[in-house]
Design a protein. Structure first.
Length: 593
């Protein structure tokens, strides 16, 4: 391809709203352009990278036995209503009606659609397993699109769905997809780590793993053990201290404290007589930091009470002052669809005190207490009165929790739940996820088959997604320097960048054309910069675009001598043309598709 004829509108400055380096460079290098918040056009260079990534995905998916299909973006609302996700999915689901007032949704994912697709055709265990996949645009009305392609409202996704006759079959398919994903990310030149994760709105019955590309800009926190292979998303990660609380212990403790104590707050005099529980004034002290400064105690000696709306009902969650509530864990513990912090007005109207002074003593709403909080013998808590707290409060004596469990984020002070090793924290970008869905969708939509025993039963499903456009951005995050991109050869827009220093020089032009013809005939993808631009402009654009191998034809063209450079090394070597071509073929032979 001749650069003089190609649409590559490079820019010297990044857009003001860009935060992520991938966003800045993809815009500056002429790979993408924003059309509206979270919606982008892919220009020729960006599309070429997207197509190379897609080619790798297709090759590996076909190798795994999956079959490509293409399903509608417009999905009938009744399918989502049948699965129970039409309302539960939230405002991210883009809903609309056609001219006949029939309700539709723009597909953010295709579990319902693919289940409805196969249920009319797969009737016997002899037809299973089946794995279908597609590469397609998806739509999610993100509240706050950011970081360019990392969190958009329209994005390219590879989604696959498996149908098995039993759980053993699903486990085999799941492992095949897991292994396939690892090969895909390796071939794309990404540093990716698989972690245990929460299934989110997609749900399922058998667990899930996320594939995280390591990057400082990542919105997800990865918790990993420094001694074993344990790794999990922060929303899923557990502490070794939690695994000591067995299910039997939890049930025993829950039975002994089955009902929330509704005893009212006593007077100051009564509290002092109650084995030390004491109310004290804390004017304008509403945060943990303010309370530690006011009292001089450490945060772990304070218990904070957060009030949530769980499917519209108020609940209180207690954690240590130095810990943070993990809302995903709370949501699962309560088996609710929605969980959100109660607003200050609701808290004061329902509980009779401002949010900053709420405590568990005398509360008449269910109380969930984290294991680490319950381990404290005495704590400071809110007194349910503005400007007042209680000290010397003993859990189990002065208040009773409805249930105990793991309701917090782990910290670097925690230990691995598998081997008690030290935990380390990293930032990551989710680029893929695999799920064991079980019968979550097949049972609700009636996707049944007849088993070997002659009985009808729902298919056992799995689903497997890769954010293709997000993978492009993640690769950009991991492969750049101060001057621009340093693309892995497998996904670079071109393999070789051939630069003519002076397009007006006949010797340079002639040698460039000769080399260009020879390289393209050998099957290499070459971008020939034949523009009538200053050399400095050409070299800056070349650094910005980041094609793996660069060959510069300059003043020594008449001597058939050129300059060879690998973008990842930036060491220039002066070589005869024959040797330069040999080096190019050697370099590209290990990186081409």
């Amino acid at each position: 391809m001749r650069q003089s004829q190609m649409y590559i509108p490079t820019q010297r400055e990044a857009p003001g709203e860009a935060e992520a380096m991938s966003h800045k460079l993809l815009v500056r290098a002429g790979f993408i352009r924003q059309s509206s918040a979270g919606v982008y056009s892919y220009l020729p260079l960006g599309l070429r990278v997207l197509q190379r990534i897609s080619a790798i995905i297709r090759q590996e998916m076909e190798q795994s036995g999956a079959q490509e299909t293409l399903m509608p973006i417009m999905q009938p609302a009744e399918l989502w209503e049948a699965s129970g996700r039409y309302d539960a999915y939230g405002p991210e689901l883009i809903r609309f009606r056609d001219r006949h007032q029939r309700a539709f949704a723009l597909g953010p994912t295709h579990e319902e659609m693919v289940t409805a697709l196969v249920m009319d055709d797969l009737h016997s265990y002899r037809q299973l397993p089946v794995v279908l996949y597609q590469l397609q645009s998806k739509f999610r009305d993100e509240r706050r699109p950011r970081f360019g392609l990392l969190r958009g409202r329209e994005f390219m996704m590879k989604d696959a769905y498996s149908f098995d006759a039993d759980w053993e079959g699903l486990q085999r398919t799941y492992q095949t997809m897991y292994d396939t994903y690892e090969r895909i990310f390796i071939r794309c030149g990404l540093q990716v780590r698989a972690v245990e994760a929460d299934a989110g709105s997609i749900g399922g019955e058998g667990g899930t793993h996320e594939f995280m590309a390591l990057a400082d800009i990542g919105e997800d926190t990865i918790v990993a053990c420094s001694s074993c292979h344990y790794a999990a998303n922060l929303e899923k990660a557990e502490s070794g201290a939690h695994v000591e609380h067995t299910e039997t212990e939890a049930q025993s403790q829950a039975q002994s404290t089955a009902k929330l104590s509704a005893k009212p707050l006593q007077s100051d005099q009564g509290n002092q007589a109650n084995a030390g529980m004491e109310k004290f004034d804390t004017p304008d002290v509403k945060t943990i930091q303010q309370l530690t400064e006011f009292t001089g105690v450490r945060p772990e000696q304070i218990m904070k009470t957060l009030v949530y709306k769980a499917d519209g009902q108020l609940v209180a969650v207690l954690v240590r002052g130095d810990h943070e509530v993990n809302e995903i864990k709370v949501k699962h513990a309560l088996h609710v669809e929605t969980l959100e912090l109660a607003d200050h007005e609701t808290i004061e109207r329902s509980l009779g005190a401002p949010a900053g002074f709420i405590g568990p003593v005398g509360l008449t709403v269910p109380i969930l207490m984290d294991w680490a909080a319950s381990a404290r013998q005495t704590v400071i808590v809110g007194a349910n009165e503005e400007g007042r707290h209680l000290r010397n409060v003993v859990p189990g004596r002065d208040f009773i929790a409805s249930q105990h469990g793991d309701y917090r984020n782990v910290t670097e002070e925690d230990v691995c739940p598998r081997c008690a090793g030290a935990l380390t924290f990293h930032r990551g970008i989710e680029v893929g996820q695999v799920f064991k869905l079980g019968t979550k969708y097949s049972a609700k939509l009636g996707a049944n088959f007849t088993g070997a025993d002659g009985k009808e039963q729902p298919m056992i499903m799995g689903c497997y997604g890769i954010g293709v456009s997000r993978l492009l951005a993640a690769a950009a995050e991991q492969n750049h320097d101060q001057a621009g991109f340093v693309w892995p050869g497998s996904i670079a827009p071109f393999q070789v960048h051939l630069i003519v220093v002076s397009a007006k020089d006949s010797e340079q032009r002639a040698l460039a054309e000769e080399i260009y013809t020879q390289l393209t005939k050998s099957g290499l993808d070459v971008l020939l910069d034949d523009r009538e631009e200053r050399p400095g402009v050409k070299f800056k654009d070349a650094d910005l675009i980041g094609i793996p191998v660069r060959l510069t034809i300059g003043r020594q063209a008449g001597e058939r001598v050129v300059e060879f450079l690998e973008r990842s090394i930036l060491e220039k070597t002066i070589l005869p043309v024959g040797e330069a071509i040999r080096r190019i073929q050697q370099a590209c032979g290990s990186t081409s598709l």
